[in-house]
Ligand binder design. Structure first.
Ligand code: ADP
Ligand code: MG
Length: 393
């Protein structure tokens, strides 16, 4: 259950708040090309402004590896934030030095300052205590709204909370509320759908969902490794040889909960429009590869989805970037959207797929967390969450 204090639970007026957001956005020529993550932070930022806190916003962007990399500056994100808010947003090319300090001190209630990329300092990912203390000393309150970074114990996600009272922002709260439902208190039938390229990324989550879900539908590239573990020939399909024995073990333990594709769309090349056929998974020809789930699988997966009360989906059912191999993923996206269940979709490619299928507005919760969502669903403690203050019992 979500039991952390949020920005609703603490006094804000006149206080300086260090706000950790996820502004890890794509940039091109000094402009933000996709501002989804910045928009996702607006409810928290607006609330803090309205309640007259002074906001010192920080984030990482990319992997500059402890060096100043001008192409990974947060300046474009600060500019985009200013456009979205329609107010002035200050920016300093500094995180804990004298410039950052002076700018933080100059902030008035309701003012917004964005600091430079936290990962320009090597101490960020080392969770260096002195660096965390310096960062914390800019403010009187810590607000963490960067769910997507909460699985990492870095200075700006964990270390600072040792020096400041830490509370959750609204994005953090909503991620933990929805994902917490799936982990601890699912409505039944609970159907989990997993796909995507690699099984090795998602073994922990398969294990955990096998405990909590009623049905686990597996498609996409990761299904191939399970099918190979059943002794089937996969032709040129993506199979992770290192994970075949783990997959066999999971199959043995999963009973009838875990459903695999019964048929597939195969082609000889991985290209848009490649000539293709439908085959039973037992009949993948040599030299051909699985690029999507087949019509029989779509039908059976759709039926499982139809009666669900809760659906968690991570990972496309096929190579949805290359039509017509997007059909399985689109069909599942439409079925999920029409199910009437509480629906949670996570993963960068899966979010792109529901967008492409035109049903993103019909999903209850889009989880922007990626790795953090998977670790949370595995039942791991996220250090960035653990560091926040608990609500009084
Ligand atoms: P997400 O980003 O939603 O977590 P992943 O990154 O795990 O998803 O997987 C998405 C990728 O999986 C896509 O690029 C897609 O093309 C690929 N994929 C899905 N099915 C297959 C398949 N049968 N063979 C190869 N790649 C696949
Ligand atoms: Mg991906």
């Amino acid at each position: 259950m979500f039991n952390k204090k949020t920005i609703r639970d603490v006094p804000l007026e006149g206080r300086r708040a260090l706000v950790r957001v996820d502004f890890n956005v794509p940039l091109k020529d000094g402009r933000v090309t996709d501002d989804t993550r910045i928009r996702a932070s607006l409810p928290t930022i607006r609330y803090l402004i309205e309640h007259k806190a002074a906001l010192i916003v920080c984030s990482h962007l990319g992997r500059p590896k402890g060096k100043v990399v001008p192409e990974m500056s947060l300046k474009p994100a600060a500019d985009r934030l200013a456009e979205l808010l329609g107010t002035e947003v200050a920016f300093v090319p500094d995180t804990v030095g004298p410039m950052a300090r002076a700018a933080a001190e100059a902030l008035r209630p309701g003012g917004v300052l964005v600091l430079e990329n936290t990962r320009f300092a090597p101490q960020e990912t080392d969770n260096d205590p002195a660096f965390a203390a310096q960062l914390a000393s800019l403010a009187e309150l810590y607000v963490n709204d960067a769910f997507g970074s909460a699985h990492r114990a870095h200075a700006s996600t964990e270390g600072v909370a040792r020096h400041l009272p830490g509370v959750a922002g609204f994005l953090m709260e909503s991620e933990l509320t929805y994902l917490g439902k799936a982990l601890q208190n699912p409505e039944h039938p609970f159907v989990a759908i997993l796909g995507g390229a690699k099984i090795s990324d998602k073994i922990g989550v398969v294990e955990s969902l096998l405990r909590t879900a009623d049905h686990l539908l597996v498609g996409g590239g990761m299904a191939n490794t399970f099918l190979a573990a059943r002794g089937l020939q996969m032709g040129d399909s993506l199979v992770e040889a290192d994970s075949v024995s783990t997959a066999a073990d999971l199959l043995n333990r999963s009973g009838t909960k875990l459903a695999l594709p019964r048929d597939a769309v195969v082609a000889q090349t991985m290209e848009a429009g490649a000539s293709h056929r439908n085959v039973a998974v037992e009949d993948v020809p040599q030299g051909w590869r699985i690029l999507d789930i087949g019509p029989g699988t779509i039908k059976s997966f759709t039926e499982s989805v139809r009666g669900a009360k809760l659906i968690v989906w991570n990972g496309p059912m096929g190579v949805f970037e290359l039509p017509p191999f997007d059909e399985g993923t689109s069909a599942i996206a439409r079925a999920v959207a029409a199910s009437g269940a509480t629906t949670i979709v996570g993963g960068g490619d899966s979010i792109a797929a529901v967008k492409q299928a035109g049903v993103i507005d019909k999903i209850s919760h889009i989880s922007t967390g990626g790795g953090a969502s998977l670790e949370f669903l595995e039942g791991k403690v996220l250090p960035g969450v653990a560091a926040l203050q608990d609500k009084p019992a």
